[in-house]
Design a binder for this molecule. Structure first.
Ligand code: SAM
Length: 175
């Protein structure tokens, strides 16, 4: 199986905890293998995503504080593609064929992204050409990449599982 890892850039520890945590949760829930937080060490983010993974299953890794240029260089050295999601890029729907079955590092950002990143990425892809959100862009990208199959993913080593029900909440404890 190709590996899919999300690289989150531009995280501001005081302001972005919630959005960055949501990037990690979306990455995990929609089929990615892990998230790397560029440049900033943030143990709070690591802990909250690991807690979710311990309860609801994995595998899913989270690492923080890794310099973005090094992450990209290392990823490329193993033959993986670097995809930067940006409203300025080429339409995602036209280029999906190029990214399927490849190891993907998906870069999502914040307000201002370094110009060098646009050069460093193999592909700058847009999820529509309107400004919206890193969380939404990632979710749509992963859903298009996996064609919906990610919603049926079986998570391993979980302690909790939802029993789908038309009304109310049913949760089963495992083990
Ligand atoms: N000017 C930014 C851009 O380049 O897309 C929008 C900033 S938005 C607050 C933060 C992040 O959301 C961007 O770095 C990008 O990863 C993602 N994003 C927002 N709109 C997007 C779109 N239409 N297509 C792809 N990614 C988008």
């Amino acid at each position: 199986m190709p590996r899919v890892v999300v690289l989150r850039m531009g995280h501001r520890p005081r302001r972005d905890k919630r959005v960055t945590t949501h990037i990690g949760l979306v990455a995990r829930a929609l089929g990615a293998d892990g998230m790397i937080l560029a440049d900033i060490k943030d143990r709070g983010i690591e802990e909250s995503i690991r807690r979710v993974t311990q309860l609801w299953g994995g595998p899913f890794f989270v690492r923080t504080g890794e310099p973005w240029k090094e992450v990209i260089k290392k990823w490329r050295s193993t033959g993986g593609l670097v995809i930067h999601l940006t409203m300025y890029g080429l339409p995602l729907e036209d280029l999906l064929w190029k990214v399927r079955d490849r190891d993907l590092l998906i870069v999502v950002g914040a307000e201002k992204m370094p110009g060098e990143l646009f050069e460093a990425a193999d592909l700058n892809l847009a999820v529509g050409h309107q400004p919206h959100s890193e969380v939404a862009a990632l979710a749509v990208f992963l859903d298009r990449l996996f064609g919906g199959a990610e919603l049926k993913k079986e998570f391993k080593n979980k302690k909790l599982r939802i029993i789908p029900s038309p009304k109310g909440k049913k949760v089963e404890k495992i083990g």
